[in-house]
Design a protein. Structure first.
Length: 484
C-alpha cells in the first residue's frame, strides 16, 4: 500500500533536488546522456515487472502498456542522442569583430542552461509515457534539471516502483543524489509548487485543475513557468471530395480513433465535420455500435465521463445517433453548434464524439471559427480541394499546434519535429511542446557570455570544443567534432 508523502519527506525531497541542481547543471553533455541511457535500459529491463502493476491499476491492456514502456525508454535515448550531438544546448558563438558596423562587436557566446528543480504532475491516461518516466521527466533531466514527480492517484503503486527503478539506475550510473524524487498526495503537490526551490512545473490534466495550479505558479513571490496541457477537442473537417473518394474509410477511421483507448487520449477527435448529405450515418452508427465496452482508467474518470455524457444529452440541438455498448455518437449542425458553443465545445473525456453537418463552405468556416485552441486539427481533403484547403489551413493553423492532412490525431510520434501543444486551453504555453526533443526548451534559459576568457567559460563554449558538439559559429553550424 502507498501513502501520502509527509511534510518531512517533502522537505527532504526538495532539499535533495536543490542540492543536485548545481552538479546536474555542470555535468558534461555526454555524461548526462549516459545517465539518461541507464534509465532507459533499466525501464526496458523492468518492463515485465512494471506492466502487470500498471494493468492492475489502470485496466489498460498488456500490449498497450508494453508499447508505452518502449516509447518512454525510446524518448530517453532520443534526448541522450540530442545531448551528445549538441542541439539541445543551442550553442551560438559570435567571435569578436573590430570591423563590425556600425560599432565593433564583442565576443559573444550563448548557451542554454537548466532552470533548476522541476515539479512534474503526472497524468492518468498514460501511466508510463506521461507519468513518472514520461516526456516531462525525460526532457527536464535532459535539460539538466532535477525532477520531483507528483504521482497520479490513479496508479500510485506503479509510480512508486517506477521511481525506484529509475533512481536505482541513476545512482548506479553516477548521477547526483536527488536527481529524481517522487511525492504522493494532493496537498503535497500544491505545497511543492509554492516552494521557492521549484523553478518550473509541468502538468497534464483537466482544465479546472490546470488553471488552479497555473494561478499558483504565476502568483508566487517569484513566479515560475507552468506548462499545462489542459484539454482539447481535436476537430476533424472533411470535404465532399474526400467523402466521394473514401467515405467508408473515413467513417471507420474516425470511430476507431475516437474510441481508441476508451476515448481517453488527449488527441481524441471530439468532433467530425461532414457535408450535409454525406450518406455516412448508417456506417458511422454501425461502427460505433460495434465498439465493445471496456473499463476506464479509474472510477473517478468513469464518473466524470458519465456526468459529462449526461450533460451532453441534455443540450438542445444534440441528437443521439448511437449509444450503448462501448461508445456514444451524437449529431448536430454548424448553426446549432455556433448557437450553443459553450455547451457543445466542452470536452467530455471518454468514448463519445459529435458529428457536425455543414451545408456550405461558409458554414464550414464558421464551424472552424467557433473553436478556441486545440492540440490538433485535421483536414480530410483531395488534391482537387487545393483552393479550399488554402483557405482553411490558415484558420486551422491559428487554432492548433499540429495540423493533420488525411490522418487521425490519436498517436503522437516522438520525434525532433513533433509539436504537442497549442493555443489555450489546450496548453497554457503555446510556444512549447511536451513531446519531442524541443520539449527540453521549457526547462532551460539562455545565457550569453561577453568577452569572457576561454579558460573560465563552460566547456561547451570553449574554443577547442572539448565536448565535441555541434555549434553555430559566426552564423555557420559546425559539425559535432572537436575543433582544432
Amino acid at each position: 500500500m502507498t501513502r501520502d508523502t509527509t511534510p518531512a519527506e517533502l522537505e527532504q525531497a526538495l532539499a535533495d533536488a536543490a542540492e543536485a541542481a548545481a552538479p546536474l547543471a555542470a555535468s558534461a553533455p555526454a555524461v548526462r546522456a549516459g545517465w539518461i541511457r541507464a534509465v532507459a535500459d533499466a525501464l526496458d529491463a523492468a518492463s515485465d515487472e512494471l506492466v502487470p502493476i500498471a494493468q492492475r491499476e489502470t485496466s489498460l491492456p498488456e500490449a498497450r502498456l508494453k508499447g508505452e514502456v518502449g516509447r518512454s525508454s525510446g524518448q530517453l535515448r532520443m534526448f541522450a542522442d540530442a545531448l551528445e550531438e549538441g542541439s539541445l544546448l543551442e550553442v551560438i558563438i559570435d567571435t569578436a569583430d573590430a570591423e563590425a558596423k556600425p560599432v565593433p562587436r564583442p565576443d559573444l557566446r550563448r548557451v542554454l542552461v537548466p532552470l533548476g528543480p522541476v515539479l512534474v504532475f503526472a497524468a492518468s491516461n498514460f501511466p508510463f509515457a506521461f507519468s513518472v518516466c514520461g516526456g516531462d521527466t525525460a526532457s527536464a533531466l535532459a535539460a539538466g534539471c532535477p525532477v520531483i514527480v507528483k504521482a497520479h492517484p490513479g496508479h500510485p503503486e506503479l509510480s512508486v516502483r517506477t521511481a525506484e527503478v529509475m533512481v536505482e539506475a541513476l545512482t548506479a550510473a553516477g548521477a547526483p543524489a536527488g536527481t529524481l524524487g517522487l511525492i504522493l498526495g494532493y496537498d503535497v503537490g500544491v505545497t511543492a509548487l509554492k516552494d521557492a526551490r521549484i523553478t518550473a512545473a509541468g502538468f497534464t490534466g483537466s482544465v479546472p485543475a490546470g488553471k488552479a495550479l497555473h494561478e499558483i505558479a504565476v502568483t508566487r513571490p517569484e513566479p515560475i513557468p507552468f506548462y499545462g496541457e489542459l484539454g482539447s477537442l481535436n476537430p476533424v473537417f472533411v470535404t465532399q471530395a474526400a467523402i466521394d473518394a473514401r467515405g467508408k474509410d473515413i467513417a471507420s477511421g474516425y470511430v476507431g480513433s475516437y474510441t481508441l483507448g476508451v476515448g481517453q487520449f488527449c488527441t481524441k477527435p471530439g468532433l467530425l465535420f461532414l457535408p450535409a448529405g454525406h450518406g455516412l450515418q448508417e456506417q458511422l452508427v454501425e461502427a460505433t455500435g460495434g465498439v465493445a465496452p471496456a473499463t476506464m482508467l479509474n472510477e473517478r474518470i468513469a464518473e466524470g465521463f458519465s456526468s459529462g455524457l449526461d450533460r451532453l444529452r441534455k443540450v438542445d440541438g444534440l441528437r443521439v445517433w448511437s449509444e450503448g455498448g462501448g461508445a456514444t455518437l451524437l449529431q448536430t449542425t454548424v448553426a446549432e453548434l455556433v448557437a450553443r458553443s459553450d455547451e457543445i465545445l466542452e470536452e467530455c473525456f471518454g468514448p463519445v464524439s459529435i458529428v457536425v453537418e455543414y451545408a456550405s463552405v461558409d458554414e464550414l468556416v464558421a464551424g472552424i471559427e467557433a473553436f478556441g485552441g486545440n492540440l490538433t486539427a485535421t483536414l480530410h481533403a483531395e488534391d482537387s480541394d487545393a483552393e479550399l484547403a488554402a483557405r482553411l489551413l490558415p484558420l486551422l493553423t491559428a487554432r492548433a499546434g499540429r495540423v493533420l492532412w488525411n490522418g487521425w490525431p490519436t498517436g503522437v510520434a516522438v520525434s525532433w519535429a513533433q509539436h504537442h501543444g497549442g493555443p489555450f486551453p489546450s496548453t497554457v504555453g503555446s510556444i512549447h511542446t511536451s513531446v519531442g526533443v524541443t520539449a527540453a526548451r521549457r526547462f532551460q534559459r539562455p545565457v550569453a557570455y561577453q568577452d569572457t576568457p576561454d579558460v573560465v567559460l563552460p566547456a561547451v563554449l570553449q574554443d577547442n570544443n572539448p565536448a565535441g558538439i555541434s555549434r553555430r559559429i559566426n552564423g555557420t553550424i559546425t559539425t559535432a567534432e572537436v575543433s582544432r
